[in-house]
Each structure stands twice: as C-alpha cells, then as structure tokens.
Design a protein around this ligand. Structure first.
Ligand SMILES: C[S@@+](CC[C@H](N)C(=O)[O-])C[C@H]1O[C@@H](n2cnc3c(N)ncnc32)[C@H](O)[C@@H]1O
Length: 123
C-alpha cells in the first residue's frame, strides 16, 4: 500500500518531468547502460504459461542492455509454483557471461514468493 501511495503521489509530477516512460518488453526505449538497475516485478516468470522461454531470454537480455543489474521477482508462476524457465534462464545467462544469484527478500506478495533473481555482468 505504501508503494502504491508513493507512486500515486508522484505520478503527475513524474509524468511532467518525463520520469515515467511507457515501453514494452522485449524492446525498451532506452539507450545502452542508461540505468543502474532494471526490475521486473510480477511480470517475467509469473506469466510462464503465456510467454515463451524465448520471450523471457530476449526480455532479460534487453534489460541487461539498458541496466548494469537486473532483478526479477518473484520466481513463481500464477499458480504459485516455481517457473519452469528459471533454470534455463540462469544457464543461458551463464553461457553469455552473466552471473545470477538467488536472493531471499523480506517481502512476499504471493505465498512463498520471497525469492529474487539478481543478474549482473561478470566483471
Ligand atoms: C501483475 S502486474 C505487476 C505490476 C507491478 N509491477 C507490481 O509488481 O505490482 C504485470 C504488469 O506487467 C505489465 N506488462 C505486460 N506486458 C508487458 C511487456 N511486454 N513488457 C513490460 N511490461 C508488461 C503490465 O502492464 C502490468 O503492469
């Protein structure tokens, strides 16, 4: 609720200042490495029954293009099970020179949905 209230309080000003930009994965309207962090919250992995593994790989690679670090939370599908794509995504990212880390977070919206995937470029 506090995140929603913060967002609502800032939305009008943020739009005027150009801080809210509409875009749609797997292509983002931003330049390379424009951000420190790109976060997918309750989108990637959640809709694994509708969005393919290929879409997930393209989307995460695009987020890694615009940001130094990518966070995907949670790792669950709509039915509350771990997405069948998680392992494949991590293997693919390792092959392409990225490091992935599972992080337990103190926030849980879906029951058991308290794990986040943190992805960085290998230095
Ligand atoms: C379940 S909501 C999650 C909203 C918010 N991120 C949260 O965690 O509360 C899923 C969001 O994914 C967004 N979405 C749908 N297709 C998308 C796409 N191709 N690229 C980026 N976001 C998309 C929807 O607009 C919606 O806001």
């Amino acid at each position: 609720m506090s995140a929603m209230n913060n967002f609502l309080a800032d939305f009008a000003t943020g739009k005027t200042e150009g801080r809210y930009v509409a875009g749609e994965l797997p292509l983002l309207p931003f330049t390379d490495e424009e951000f420190d962090i790109a976060l997918s919250s309750h989108f990637l992995f959640l809709y694994s029954s509708r969005l393919s593994l290929e879409f997930h790989l393209q989307a995460i690679q695009e987020m890694l293009r615009v940001a130094a670090e990518v966070r995907v939370f949670p790792l669950l599908t709509l039915d509350g099970n771990r997405s069948p794509y998680v392992n494949s995504v991590v293997e693919h990212l390792t092959d392409f020179g990225f490091s992935s880390e599972y992080t337990r977070v103190p926030y849980e919206f879906q029951r058991g949905g308290n794990e986040m995937l943190l992805i960085r470029k290998n230095s």
